[in-house]
Write a protein that binds this ligand. Sequence first.
Ligand code: E4P
Length: 217
Amino acid sequence: MKIFLDTANVTELREGVAMGLVDGCTTNPSLIAKEKRPFRPLVEEICSIVAPGDVSLEVVATDFDGMVKEGKELAQVAPNAVVKCPLTKDGLKAVKHLSSEGIRVNQTLCFSATQALLSAKAGATYISPFLGRLDDIAAVGMDLVRDICEIYRVYGFKTQVLAASIRNPLHVVDAAKAGAHVATMPFSVLEMLMKHPLTDIGLKKFLDDWNKSGAKI
Ligand code: E4P
């Protein structure tokens, strides 16, 4: 399973990429707004940090013509830019149109298996089911990821399942077990994935014993 960082923060992206653990990045208008930087230089910097990994850049238009226009512009930012379109009627039309022109699209804000089926038929490169936001309304987000993985497997769709709105390490484990191609997560969740108190306790004990012995490597 690929790991993407769900952030527009270049410090987090540089650190994740330096660890060798980041395969791509997803942004959205809220994450971009948080950075308080001019859009174009920010997304160019993100694409160059993450290259050759994919970077999702989201349109803000909500009508078909506007999404296609913005999508074509965003696709020009860098070769690893992937256009993100919302899962609406116009969004599906835009996915069909952009993908037929060879522009890769991540279809976002997916909350049902029917939406995901249509998105794959429209030719999306990625589908983004939002787990955390479903959990927030007492629906089981992971059931949606499992359903989409099964439907795509049955029909051999090439669309990759990108588990999004991940809030904790258990979401990552369950997305991996479900067979999601990608999990996108905040930097804080990536850090949680590598931590275990028994590792810290074990390391301290090894080093204490070593230091007491006076031995050297
Ligand atoms: C995915 O592409 C979205 O940017 C993101 O995962 C949304 O996460 P949130 O529900 O925590 O805002």
